[in-house]
Ligand binder design. Sequence first.
Ligand code: HEM
Length: 512
Amino acid sequence: MDYHQACLALLAALVLYLTLRGRSAIRHILGPPSSSWIFGHMRQLLLSPQYGEHELNWQKSYGPVYRLKGCFGEDRLMVSDPVALQYLINSPSFSHGPVPENVVNLLFGKKSVLGLKGEEHRRIRAALNVGFTAAAVRSYQPVFEKVARMITEQLERTSASSTDMCPLLGMATLGAVSEAVLGYSIEDLGDEFVESNTQVLALASGGSAAQIIVEAIWSYLPRWLLGAMIYLPTPAFHTLRQAKVDAKRLGEQIVRDKTDAANQGLEINNDVFSLLLQDTTGKALSSEEIVAQTAIILIAGQDTTSNTVAFGLLELAKHQEFQDELRMEIYSNVEPSGPRAAYDSMPLLNAFIKEVLRLYPTEPLSDRIALRDTVIPLADDITTADGEQITHIPVQKGQIVTQAILSYHRLASRWGKDANEFKPSRWLEGTTYQGDAVGPYANLLSFLGGPRTCLGWRFALLEMQIIICELVGKFSIAIPKNDPVQIRVTSTLLPTVSSGDKGAPLCMTRIL
Ligand code: HEM
């Protein structure tokens, strides 16, 4: 049997299996009709040029829990109901969906904190936390100030009328994680490493109908076969293999350098890896376990933060009056080369950051799979296709449930009737929901929540506060006339220009 016959036989077996599989337990949950058995609603959900246009309409028509069609007739549950989300993020009955889990393993290896599960995950996470407490994060302030100044210096070197802020912000956030977490400056990483890192992030920005189908087929393949895919001779897998090797080599080099320095009695730094190597609390990680976190922390801390800041700058460019008010607040709190500002007590700055995190959650959709039969509780009753009122949804083992984070962030019941608008003042007027906490920050799920809460959320907040103060304090920000920015979803939410490529072109005019 040649390669093509083998692929056809695999596809035929998959179609037969999918056609004969049992009826789903959520078939009576209402949802939009689908006209494609192959794609279901996935193309509308993931490839729409303006992200959210379908999702938010479905939420309006069917409420915060509805059924969507995945590829090959699969039933998926879309959930933005706060009680259901709270259950999903905390319940051991759910884990990362098969595709994200496989991508994590391919990219970061099975020993990264994101790839680990259960007790191993808890142990590694607890140890890593030493570098992400409020006190530890405060000590990284000089690093964040340095990378923020780096952006200003780069902007000063350009004479173009508009600048794509994405690469500048991306380098700054890479510099921040590199220095605060690894204790290496971006120059120490070397051009080759930075280039390979950029290529990996570019892969994550892809998105096509073919990718949707490939990922759907992936989810039915056995794990051993998925694990072997990294050895496929394609350019994308070559980039991934190389990035994994580079990150491991870098991690080993750093651990070796720090161990040698400690043995020679040299001064110990306060970066995360140094803290981990000095840990004497009994939770200490082995050198191998520390090295295994290099790739995940570098990647997790980079585009997440830089894209959020890019979305924020775009909103400021569209809201000049708010931009001016924020600048005034910055001038009365942050003096250039003066004493450190109390960033947390700047009301407009923090309302602005919350509003940007709400409207632009980096991970707008987060799939989970039910590990066993279970029942998902709801905040409000829903009516099924049979006319029954239900307060809980029973799901079967293997059910894919999508945590619809962006939709949750637009619920009128939580954020107000104008939830689709950019309106930082909602955080100052007390009109946002004040009850049970869903995520770690402001009831938002941008950093997710529960045992998988973003480890770097405090890190990201201080870093964003500092970068925004630097840029808004020194530059007036405006939208260029001819390149409107759109939002596209891939594995993360991206600002894109009309060609569909990632980009946030802005006119940045020096004012101070
Ligand atoms: C605005 C910036 C950021 C956002 C919106 C964000 C968002 C998230 C989200 C949604 C997750 C959960 C992923 C999942 O399980 O599906 C996550 C996990 C994680 N994030 Fe962040 N992140 C940000 C910045 C950072 C930074 C700066 C770092 C480190 C320096 C970081 C490190 C991590 C790590 C290590 C995990 C895995 C945690 C675990 O599985 O236990 N993140 N982040």
